[in-house]
Each structure stands twice: as structure tokens, then as C-alpha cells.
Design a protein around this ligand. Sequence first.
Ligand code: NAD
Length: 264
Amino acid sequence: MDFGIKHKHALICGASKGIGRAIAKELCAEGVKVFLCARTKEVLSETAETIKKDCPSAEIYFQACDLSSPDDRKQLIASVKEKLGSIDIVVHNTGGPKTSKAEDTKIEDWDSGFKQLFLSVADINNAFLPSMKERKWGRIVCVTSLSIMEPIANLSVSNAVRSAVTAMLKTLSDEVAPFNITVNCVAPGAIETDRLQDLMEQRTKASGQSKEEYQKQYVAAIPAGRMGTPEEFAAVTAFLCSQRASYVTGSTICVDGGKRRSTY
Ligand code: NAD
């Protein structure tokens, strides 16, 4: 299938590893020029080299940026505009917030989760939406979590702030739909990445089970009977970034092997 986005320009956040890196690779394979950001320049450089091995003609720019920092975001936005001029596709993604029960979450942890998962999205959208509207084409995709449908124990900040960002993006999708700009979220269930490994280790310890026992029980709750790969997640995200997905907006698509228990 031709996704119809060759030569488009994409900004991919949190792109040095895991889900973000897989999305970057998938978009490069579609002939999209990409600008990657994450916190560490050296890791981004390695990521760009790895992608180039599979996609030698890929045009890849990158810059270190802590998405929680307004100053870093300002510099990122300026560099993206300098290198690529305009942006057609924005993929919002960043690290997961601290884990805690709602009753134990400190104000500073709510605050840092909001900065990282909500304000970064709003700020970057504000920077690139005007030119998408002018050119009457745009794709905004935000990586969220199944936690927006079913709160996950001990992930209070993720549950709350990702729900807030989903509501903000749904509101935005109404406003920009007439400009041929779609705004969607993709919610991972269990995708095999460093973040998931960290969470599994914490949960295994808390359960008192062995790693094997805990993992077996965890996977048994997934109808597909296994965790997903970053590549499976990236394929769905790339579709939402494509011309072919022009009539999908204001939606959350779950990539979860059937894990969510809600019907919708
Ligand atoms: P990951 O930790 O493997 O990768 C996160 C990426 O974001 C990395 O490139 C990291 O360098 C970057 N990053 C982290 N903090 C940043 C910051 N402040 N500024 C800029 N970049 C930053 O995570 P992942 O598993 O690929 O997941 C991506 C997102 O999806 C996370 O928010 C995670 O919580 C969420 N999620 C993942 C799963 C899963 O199964 N993997 C499930 C639900 C939700």
C-alpha cells in the first residue's frame, strides 16, 4: 500500500528507542524526512545510524531535547524550522511518568507528569499547526496508553494526565478537521521495550512471584497470548500519519493484542 506521504516532513518525539524509534524507522521507509528528538544526543546519533542501515536514503535530523523543558522545546522548534521549514506530521511520544498510587503521588510528580505528557504536546502543536492549516494538510498522532480506558494500578500520573491529553486532542481534532488535519492517539497495551521491562521488574518484585511466573500470568491476560513488538505498534502509527487515513480523526486506536476489556 502506498501511504502517500513520500517527501513529507515529520517530527518524532521520544525517538531514540522503543516505540518512538520504531515509528521513525517506519516513516523513513515511507520516504518521509524525519526530525528526531529525545534527551541524549549520542543515543539519537546511534538511532539515526541504525535506521540508515535499513533505509540508506533516509533524511534524518535530530536534536537533544528534554520535552519537559520549555527552553529545550523552544530550541527544538527553532531547529526543526531551520532544517525542514515546515512540518506535516507530528508524533508525540516521551518517557512514561513516575509510578505511584494516586494517594501517594506528590504534587511535584503530578506537575512533572503534566509538563512532560501534556504541555509538551500543546506547545509543539501550537508551533506547527499554523503552517499545517495554511497548507491544508497535517497529521498529529500522540502515543498514549491503555490507561486512558482502564486505569492501571500504581500508574496514577499516566492514568490522569494521558486522559487529559486525549481530551485536549479530541477537542483539537474538531477544530482542525476542516483544514484536512487529523489528530489521533495510539494506545499501547504491552509492547516489548525498556519501559515495559522496567515496569515488569517493579511489578514482579511487588508480586513476590518469579519473573517467569509473573510474565506468564501477565501474558495470559492478553488474548493474542504475547506482547507486541515496537514494529507492530509503528505500523499502525504510520498508517495514521498517512494520506490513506484521511478520514480517521479524533480517535484512539489501541495496539494491545485485544488486552483492553472495554467494547469500544
Ligand atoms: P521507552 O522508555 O522505551 O522510550 C521512551 C523514549 O522517550 C526514549 O527515546 C526516551 O529517550 C524518550 N524520553 C523519555 N523522557 C523524555 C523527555 N523528558 N524528553 C524527551 N524524550 C524523552 O518507552 P516506550 O515503551 O517506547 O513507550 C513510549 C511511551 O508509551 C511512554 O510514554 C510509555 O509510558 C508509553 N507506554 C508504553 C507501553 C509499552 O508497553 N511499552 C504501554 C503503555 C504506555
